[in-house]
Design a protein around this ligand. Structure first.
Ligand SMILES: NC(=O)c1ccc[n+]([C@@H]2O[C@H](COP(=O)([O-])OP(=O)(O)OC[C@H]3O[C@@H](n4cnc5c(N)ncnc54)[C@H](OP(=O)(O)O)[C@@H]3O)[C@@H](O)[C@H]2O)c1
Length: 278
């Protein structure tokens, strides 16, 4: 696939929440020129906060968008993937790269549905991408090359970290890092409620909870130490923290979080199938 950093011509099919975040990052970071992005949605007339002011063409003709692009970013819901692929099939050639961020949809499902030998990559970003702190897992289908993976890494690198992985991990990744922000927000909200119960204002409690989570996550990433060891450094004998930990254990926090990720991962496995049946 012939493209260089400044010359990527990109179709973003389904520029909704996630697609919109990505378009905004590509433009703001200068990776793709707005005139080279051809974004589509279902209802082109609606006001779009992410697209406004970026100078990106927004329409609802997927075929026209794909025709103009060398990289196609498929950002529609899993249940819409088949319909959109059938629609753009004729415009896709082996010279184009298709990157799908749809949960639950394997690359071989897309490859089988496509007529030509189009390289396909599956990517799973998450919503912290909106502040450049996302993580995107990238897996290649059977026709994608290392160069294609590099293209995906450059694109998703604009919204945070990237990790290249085997596709068999994608449903688990969906359950952990794509659903994970929702779990973390609930934890943050609950920690803040604890602060409120202990007499803090909600504003202060939320700030303390969020910065504590951010700082703790950074320590894990920067030291590479096991979280259990880091937890021990906070937990002094007969101190306050061990009393709090006792409550967490009694409440089953660990088991609850483990099961939440497992359930979300399981659902990610079923999503495409369920949507096709219903
Ligand atoms: N949100 C996340 O946290 C997240 C994380 C990782 C991956 N994903 C994946 O990203 C995909 C999109 O999720 P989302 O949360 O961004 O959903 P979303 O906000 O609903 O975006 C979907 C977009 O697709 C558009 N659309 C629907 N039918 C279309 C068609 N035939 N042609 C072109 N565009 C069409 C919709 O247009 P209208 O706006 O006009 O309805 C909408 O803008 C899903 O497959 C999901 O699994 C999401």
């Amino acid at each position: 696939m012939a493209e260089s950093k400044s010359q990527i011509r990109l179709a973003v099919l389904g520029a909704g929440k996630m697609g919109g975040i990505l378009v905004e990052a590509f433009v703001r970071q200068g990776l793709v020129s707005p005139k080279n992005i051809f974004a589509t949605v279902q209802h082109a007339g609606r006001k779009r906060p992410n697209a406004s002011g970026l100078g990106v063409a927004l329409g609802n003709d997927n075929r026209v968008a794909v025709k103009k692009a060398d990289v196609v970013l498929l950002c529609v819901k899993p249940q819409t993937v088949a319909h959109v692929i059938d629609e753009i099939n004729k415009e896709l050639t082996e010279k184009k790269l298709l990157i799908s961020i749809a949960a639950s949809v394997p690359t071989d499902y897309i490859e089988r549905r496509l007529g030509a030998k189009v390289p396909v990559i599956r990517a799973m970003p998450n919503t912290p991408s909106m502040v450049g702190e996302g993580i995107t897992a990238i897996a290649k289908g059977k026709l994608a090359t290392e160069k294609d993976v590099g293209t995906a890494q450059r694109l998703f690198g604009t919204v945070g970290r990237t990790v290249v992985t085997d596709e068999k991990n994608m449903d688990a990744i969906t359950g952990l890092s794509a659903s994970g922000p929702a779990f973390i927000y609930i934890i943050l909200e609950s920690l803040a409620e604890g602060g409120v119960k202990a007499g803090l204002s909600r504003e202060l409690a939320t700030l303390l909870a969020a910065q504590t989570a951010l700082g703790s996550a950074k320590v894990v990433l920067e030291t590479g130490h096991h979280p259990a060891l880091l937890k021990d450094t906070v937990t002094t004998p007969a101190g306050c923290t061990i009393d709090g930990i006792l409550e967490l254990e009694e409440g089953g926090l660990r088991v609850t979080l483990i099961k939440a990720v497992m359930k979300a991962a399981q659902r990610a496995k079923e999503l495409l199938m369920t949507d096709q049946e219903s």
